[in-house]
Design a protein around this ligand. Sequence first.
Ligand code: ZN
Length: 283
Amino acid sequence: MRGERERRGGGRGVNLTEAKARLTLHDLWRHFGFAGEPSKSCRCPFHEDRSASCSITADGALWNCFAGCGGGDAVDFYTLASGLPHAKALCAFIALAGGSPVASTPRPPRPKPADVDAAKAEQRQTWPLLESPFEHEHEMGTLAKLRYVSLEGVKLMAGRGLLWFAGWKDSPAWMVADGARVNAQSRRMDGKPWPGIGAKAQTLPGSRAAWPIGARESLPLHFVLLCEGGPDLIAAHHFIYAHGRAADTAAVAMLGAGNSIPADALPLFAGKRVRTLAHGSTT
Ligand SMILES: [Zn+2]
């Protein structure tokens, strides 16, 4: 192949048309190590496909996923499978067609953000019913004693929609969750660790664990106490109540998935005075 190319073009690489003629979807399917055989009706490699949503033309030139992953020619397929930005995918595709070692390592397809969101939403369907804390007055009292804070502080957090109660893994639990229900973490009412994981806090499946709890709810308030973890979120509300600052101060918690606030949550803090509570300073 190299000799032929050099005869024709003095050592230059193949162009895109030549690359497409050389690399079929059958080749790419094998290159990425996808399961099954590409055919007129086959399982789509880009989503969890229980039916046969994908179709590949017999000549291996065109593909389509009827479930919505996309479709097009071999370059489109390569771009989606590699997860590379389009320009880089184009170069890597041509290099692959030219026999260059670039991108010769198979790598699994990267799920699209939309797929990840859909999968997480499906997992969130397994959450227990989060019950209103105001139907659990007794539990709010228990929680205040457990965390050594005032009942009023607990009620302030409850009133802001960040505290819930539920049954989880056969135990009564208190839950820290945001109003949009994208992130929730459960702790046992008796303060003991969850069996199996040995940790006191368990993030519910499908949570977007990096989402700061209370960020959206803080919008109308000028001051924000940024803290780490559910217990500190309760403590922060206790201090807000104790200092008579409920009218202008919010508390927001990062639950430990990471120390940086996601980019789409940052605008929620615009124009606010944010004070960070060092972990442990309030317990
Ligand atoms: Zn698909």
